[in-house]
Each structure stands twice: as structure tokens, then as C-alpha cells.
Design a binder for this molecule. Structure first.
Ligand code: FMN
Length: 390
């Protein structure tokens, strides 16, 4: 086998686009994912008795339900501890590589994602674990790489001191090593500023060739630039269904990707709260976040950013208003209102939505029964006969 030496400066030379035959590249104009099933209180901070609690059999059952309904993605949240207070939201979570491996063997078509804090795992380990998950799933593995922002959890790994620029510089080297391990048969040396690899080697390669897809979840301009350069899907946070704002954001991100000669998908995260009776969903949000909220955990979640820095005001306002995962969108209303909002987001250029519920057991089946048919009627998703799905 040949060997070659290089550092971060030669990144572009080795880059190859991902396999585009998997679930993320199917015909639906708006792709759908379940997001955060692997942790308690998935969609947001609440002390309500009926909040999402985790249980392996229930995770399997709900991902299988999403699989049968034609969802494209099952995406876990990477989290290592909770936000304390009375209810310690996100305090229990399943580790994401092993979660993905377990689900890969009991699903048929859905994309199985692993969300990985890049700073907490060697790219050599990540490349092999993902290739293994790709074999278990028959070519449905997707890696979601995140920088992380929660000081207390990154401190457990001794990597909480890097600032945003340092984290993304580290991530660029990590991606370079990962992609080489995934795509090169010859061994290589890598001598970067942050990462060193001697005689790098990984076999077997993944089933998806030349490599599985990569998603990156980020909010900052430096994060979006990273996604445009390295990811196949940028997982972003948008604050509302404001079509002009979303169009502008999507156009900016597509432009950065195009500057690298790339064409990426743009997905967003959203909390869903759907009730058939008009006004009932809004009441439920108030119940979860205010009447049965956990103010101490909410305050911790805002205060405990990286380097003790609170997130920007726009993000904390959204978090306060919606109590949701990482300050994303909230789709609240009747099935018709939610379907209309999703169609608007699709028209504005969003390619996919990863959805969370305060209560997945109630919310996911209702979404499949009542909202999905409206999306099919609107032509943004193809009709699927659930009984025919294995
Ligand atoms: C849609 C979305 C999902 C995210 N999921 C996670 C996650 O699972 N775990 C995590 O620690 N951070 C998650 N993040 C946060 C990012 O990893 C990142 O730390 C945060 O956006 C701050 O970095 P930035 O300055 O690049 O935006 C997510 C962000 C977004 C927008």
C-alpha cells in the first residue's frame, strides 16, 4: 500500500461527493425526520408528566413507525448531561453511535443518523463505526457532525476550552481525515495542527460509495461556512415561517456552497405541536412550557453556553418562547395549519425538516394520520401505503 503525507492545507484535493442513492436523495420535495427520540424531554424543557421519556423498545417502535410512513431520517441529539432544575431535561439520553447501530438492524428504508460531537471522538473511530452502521443498515447511514456548545458536557471530555474558530479548525481536519479513511484504499499520514494520524487505514469501506452522506448542524456564519464546505446537508435553525427570511438564508447558504462548486441540501429543526381543535395546540404549548415548565432548567439552559457565554438574544428569546431544542422553529396549530406552514417552507427552499414532539407517542402518530396526507395532497410528498411497507 502507498502512503502519503499532508496537512490541512491540501483539504480540497481529496474531497469527493457522497453517494446520492440513499434515502436523503429520494423524490419527496420536503424530506422528513424524527429528531431527538433518544433523549428525555426531547422537544424542549418541561416538567410535564407526559413529556417524552426514553425507553429502547419505545425508540424502536417509533422509528419503525416513521420508517413505515416514509420518513427519510431518524436523527438523535448528541447530549451527555441535562440541565438540572426540578426535571433535569435531556438528563437521560442514549449514546448516538450505538443508538444508530441498534436501529439500523430493525428498520428498512429510513436514513439512520448518528449525531457526533466531533471533539469527543477520534475520526478513526468515527469512520469505522459509521462504515459498520452502513453495513448493518444496508447503506442507510448518515453522520451528523456537531461542534457542541454545552460547556459542562464538553468539559467532561477536557475539550471545553476551544473557542468557535478553534473548534471549526479542528473540525475541518477531522473531516479531512474521516473522508480519507472512508474513500482511500491506500494508507496515509496526516499531520495537522490539531490531529495527527500515522499510516491511516480503514476497511471495510461503507456500502454507500464513494462515501456516506454527512450533515452538519450549526447556527453561526462560521458553522454555515463549514457546512457548505464539508457537509451534504446543512441542518439549520430558523426562527419562524417567514418566507422572505427563510429564502434569504437558504440563498446565502446555497451561494457559499456554490462557491465551493457544491450543491447541498438545507434542512431545519422544528418542534411540532398539533391538535385538531383550533387553539388547543397553543394552549398545550403554554401548559408544557409555562404552567408545567421548569424555570430553573430553562435558566440553566440559557446560562450554560460555551465559555459561560449566553447565546445571542434572538436565540434566547426563541428558547424562552418555545422551550425547544437548540432554538429552532415551532409548528403549532391544527393539521391544516401545520401542513400549510410546511408547504411554505418547502416553497422557500427548505429541503427537509427534522421534527420533535414534547410527547412523541401522541404526536408522531397524529402527524402521520392527519398532516402527512395533506402534504401528499399538496404534492410535496409522494403517497405511501403504510401496510405495504415491510
Ligand atoms: C438543528 C440543530 C441541531 C443541533 N443538534 C445538536 C446536538 O445534537 N448536540 C449538540 O451539542 N449541539 C447541537 N447543535 C448545536 C451545534 O452543535 C453548535 O454547537 C451550535 O449551533 C453552536 O455552534 P455554531 O456557533 O457553529 O452555531 C445543533 C444545532 C442546530 C442548528
Amino acid at each position: 500500500m502507498n502512503s502519503e503525507t499532508s496537512g490541512a492545507t491540501t483539504i480540497a484535493k481529496h474531497f469527493v461527493e457522497c453517494d446520492r442513492s440513499g434515502p436523503l436523495f429520494g423524490p419527496n420535495r420536503i424530506k422528513l425526520g424524527v429528531f431527538g427520540l433518544n433523549l428525555t424531554s426531547a422537544a424542549g424543557i418541561t416538567a410535564a408528566q407526559d413529556r417524552h421519556e426514553i425507553d429502547w423498545k419505545q425508540n424502536v417502535r417509533l422509528v419503525q413507525l416513521a420508517d413505515r410512513a416514509g420518513f427519510e431520517a431518524a436523527v438523535p441529539v448528541a447530549r451527555w448531561r441535562g440541565f438540572e432544575g426540578a426535571s433535569n431535561p435531556w438528563g437521560e439520553s442514549f449514546e448516538t453511535y450505538t443508538w444508530a447501530a441498534g436501529l439500523a438492524s430493525v428498520t428498512s428504508r429510513i436514513g439512520i443518523f448518528c449525531t457526533s460531537h466531533v471533539l469527543t471522538v477520534s475520526p478513526v473511530m468515527a469512520a469505522k463505526a459509521m462504515a459498520t452502521i452502513d453495513h448493518i443498515s444496508g447503506g442507510r447511514a448518515v453522520l451528523n457532525v456537531v461542534a457542541g456548545w454545552f460547556q459542562k458536557e464538553l468539559d467532561m471530555f477536557g475539550v471545553g476550552s476551544l473557542d468557535s474558530a478553534q473548534r471549526y479548525a479542528y473540525m475541518a481536519e477531522w473531516m479531512d481525515v474521516l473522508l480519507r479513511l472512508w474513500t482511500q484504499d491506500e494508507t496515509f499520514d496526516f499531520d495537522g495542527e490539531h490531529i495527527t494520524v500515522k499510516d491511516g487505514y480503514q476497511q471495510p469501506k461503507a456500502i454507500q460509495r464513494p462515501r456516506p452522506p454527512v450533515m452538519n448542524a450549526a447556527m453561526s456564519p462560521v458553522g454555515h461556512a463549514f457546512a457548505a464546505r464539508w457537509a451534504d446537508v446543512a441542518f439549520v435553525s430558523i426562527n419562524s415561517v417567514n418566507v422572505d427570511e427563510v429564502k434569504t438564508k437558504v440563498a446565502e447558504m446555497r451561494k457559499i456552497a456554490a462557491d465551493h462548486g457544491r450543491d447541498i441540501q438545507i434542512w431545519a429543526a422544528s418542534l411540532v405541536l398539533c391538535e385538531e381543535v383550533e387553539g388547543a395546540a397553543q394552549e398545550e404549548v403554554l401548559r408544557y412550557t409555562e404552567r408545567e415548565g421548569d424555570p430553573e432548567a430553562s435558566a440553566n439552559r440559557i446560562a450554560w453556553g460555551l465559555a459561560g457565554k449566553a447565546p445571542p438574544k434572538a436565540r434566547t428569546d426563541t428558547m424562552k418562547a418555545k422551550g425547544n431544542v437548540d432554538g429552532g422553529l415551532a409548528l403549532i396549530g391544527t393539521p391544516r395549519e401545520i401542513a400549510d406552514s410546511i408547504c411554505l417552507l418547502s416553497d422557500a427552499g427548505i429541503d427537509g425538516l427534522c421534527l420533535s414532539w414534547f410527547n412523541f407517542e401522541k404526536g408522531l402518530p397524529l402527524f402521520i394520520d392527519k398532516v402527512l396526507p395533506l402534504l401528499e395532497d399538496a404534492g410535496v410528498r409522494q403517497k405511501i401505503e403504510m401496510s405495504k411497507v415491510a
